[in-house]
Write a protein that binds this ligand. Structure first.
Ligand SMILES: [Mn+2]
Length: 260
């Protein structure tokens, strides 16, 4: 599930579409939410409460990832933001991280494809230099989550969104057009990646695509998903781009396989 951005009604209706009834997820569903649950929309604290309900009641079926907006509450804020969560919500996010109910990355394997899921994606430079070029999504996710446990600053490394383009921007901050995608045009992807945070497309005010991506990118505007085909796999952006108002319609990206 892409960025929720503080929109409780959108979170509820998407979970209902996925089969949640009366606060219970169906047995065969695991939700991996890519982070940025909060800010922009009107109900950030209520979104934290609802996710906390699922994390408590069905811990094996909700995998919460950390976005750069959650990171604002885990360490010294990296940027200024007009909204601020209630103290109780901050405590909830910190408890998730402490108990590893919120992590940096997850892996999904299907019969035909291996996926790493993270907030902003792993750049080629980050994959090689920080992670040591792991060949599988599971190995990459394990290393990323170990780095979080060790409070390694590289997990939180910013990039162009905070002012300086960086090929080693981290999994909470990499910007797709300038930081995430370019490195993977030269090096085969070891596994596909699913991420939120930002998309090449602007779903509200369509932009012309960068020349390097023409012919490589396909989009599902109804779902607000985009697919960049590169050697070795796909880069799949699923941030619907909710602002103070939700961007409708949007959907989670559904994969049939095993989440770990
Ligand atoms: Mn983000």
């Amino acid at each position: 599930m892409g960025d929720v951005a503080g929109h409780l009604a959108e979170l509820r209706s998407e979970l209902a579409r996925l089969g949640a009834v009366a606060g219970t997820l169906p047995d065969d569903l695991v939700v991996i939410q890519v982070g940025d649950l909060v800010h922009r929309g009107p109900d950030s604290d209520a979104v934290i409460d609802l996710v906390d309900h699922y994390i408590r009641e069905q811990p094996d079926q909700w995998v919460q990832l950390i976005g750069n907006h959650e990171a604002q509450y885990l360490r010294a804020p990296a940027f200024r933001w007009p909204q601020r969560l209630k103290r109780r919500s901050v405590g909830t996010i910190r408890r998730w991280v402490h108990h590893r109910a919120a992590v940096v990355a997850a892996a999904i394997r299907t019969d035909s494809e291996d996926f790493l899921v993270s907030h902003a994606g792993i750049t080629e430079t980050f994959w090689r230099e920080v992670l040591g070029a792991p060949p599988t999504a599971q190995a990459a996710a394990d290393t990323l989550n170990d780095l979080l446990t060790k409070h390694d600053d590289r997990i939180f490394r910013a990039g162009v969104m905070l002012g300086r383009q960086d090929p080693c921007a981290g999994p909470l901050w990499a910007e797709p057009v300038t930081e995430l995608i370019p490195g993977w045009l030269d090096t085969p992807l070891p596994f596909s990646q699913i991420y939120g945070h930002a998309t090449v497309n602007d779903w509200v005010d369509p932009v012309s695509l960068p020349p390097a991506l023409r012919g490589r990118i396909t989009s599902d505007p109804a779902a607000k998903h985009e697919f960049i085909d590169v050697r070795g796999g796909r880069l799949i952006g699923i941030d619907p781009g909710h602002g103070s108002h939700p961007v409708i319609p949007w959907r989670s990206f559904e994969v049939r396989g095993d989440a770990a």
